[in-house]
Design a protein around this ligand. Structure first.
Ligand code: OKP
Ligand code: ZN
Length: 342
């Protein structure tokens, strides 16, 4: 299986995020992608290829223009307002606020961000575009007949919606890839999100769409970030009713319970019979992850990959979370190896 990777991810390196009441060093850091790349090479999983540049068009299929325009100049606008350091929001509109487009960068950050954990740095836009191109290049390989590909995306994407960023995500790489597959002729696509956190952005993007099935296994949002979505009664709306499946699990979940939810999710995908599968691959379900509380072992990731392979679908893996850097690369390789070796 080929891995798509670009060193441009390094242009995004936030200093601090607001976490549990303190500004702490960002856990979503360049070292993550470098560790994964190193293990992929070491495991001789296949060729590592550079992304192609697909331009803005495929991004506009998923995100709105005003949002993309904001992201493009956000750091420059922040700097022009004589701010020091990374751009972080500190004021948000509420249901009683006026909803005209704000002018000040401080207000725009609150308008477009849904959390204070996602700093914008000088190179964030370029890195986010590169990450989307990594996913699009992976999607193209699948369209051209590859059975599987791994898009080593960074920054991640599954929390970003049509016009909101947050959860370390700016552009929704998995959704952009899914839309590209549809635009290139796939009649339907399933997205399986195994990141510890609910993929609220991906869910929102396809909530009304019957041709994209979104299945997510994640920590119960009653206890965990992103809190405001990911409950099991969210099943899609309108034409998309029934094309969203949330499988929340409690903090502390071990492999056996996880595997049960996985079987339910895989069965739904099997019945849906999509033209292709996209896996939003977060390995922050690992027992030593510093910001998450499931308890999967490294060996469980091999089994996870093998189970996904039983679907026998053209599959694009898109990297999302995973913050235990020592074990991160190994855990990712285990998923991909498990998938290939089944
Ligand atoms: C991004 B991805 C924990 C704070 C969590 C944001 C987490 C974003 C996760 N106390 N802050 O889904 O891995
Ligand atoms: Zn996560």
């Amino acid at each position: 299986m080929n891995t798509v990777y670009s060193a441009e991810h390094q242009l995004h390196h936030g200093k601090h995020e607001l976490i549990d009441g303190r500004l702490e060093p960002c856990v979503e850091k360049p070292e993550r992608a470098e560790r994964i790349l190193k293990e992929i090479r070491h495991a001789k999983l296949g060729e590592v290829i550079a992304p192609q540049d697909f331009g803005l068009e495929p991004l506009t299929r998923v995100h709105n223009q005003a949002y993309l325009g904001f992201l493009q100049t956000a750091y420059r606008d922040w700097q022009a307002a004589h701010k020091l350091g990374d751009a972080l929001p500190y004021v948000w509109p509420t249901s009683t606020s006026r909803h005209t487009e704000p002018r000040a960068i401080e207000a725009k950050l609150g308008r477009y961000a849904f959390d204070a954990g996602t700093p914008i740095t000088p190179g964030s836009w370029q890195a986010a575009c590169s990450s989307a191109n990594v996913a699009l290049t992976g999607a193209q390989r699948v369209t051209q007949g590859a059975h599987a590909a791994f898009a080593l995306c960074r920054p991640p994407g599954h929390h970003a919606s049509r016009a909101h960023y947050g959860g370390y995500c700016f552009l929704n790489n998995a959704s952009i890839a899914a839309q590209a597959l549809l635009d290139q002729g796939a009649s339907s696509v399933a997205i399986l999100d195994v990141d510890y956190h609910h993929g609220n952005g991906t869910q929102a993007i396809f909530y009304h769409r019957p041709e994209v099935l979104f299945v997510s296994i994640h920590a119960d949002p009653a206890q965990e970030y992103p809190y405001f979505s990911g409950y099991s009664d969210e099943t899609g709306e309108g034409a998309g009713e029934g094309a969203t499946l949330n499988l929340p699990l409690p903090q502390g979940t071990l492999w056996d319970d996880y595997a049960e939810a996985l079987e339910v999710g895989l069965e739904r995908i099997h019945v849906f019979a999509p033209g292709a599968l996209i896996v939003s691959l977060g390995v922050d379900t690992f027992k030593h992850d510093p910001i998450a509380r499931f308890r999967l072992e490294s060996t469980n990731f091999t089994t996870l990959g093998a189970h996904i392979a039983t679907l026998k679908l053209p599959t694009l893996f898109v990297m999302e979370g995973g913050y235990a850097v020592e074990a991160l690369g190994g855990n990712v390789v285990n998923v991909l190896r498990g998938f290939l070796e089944r």
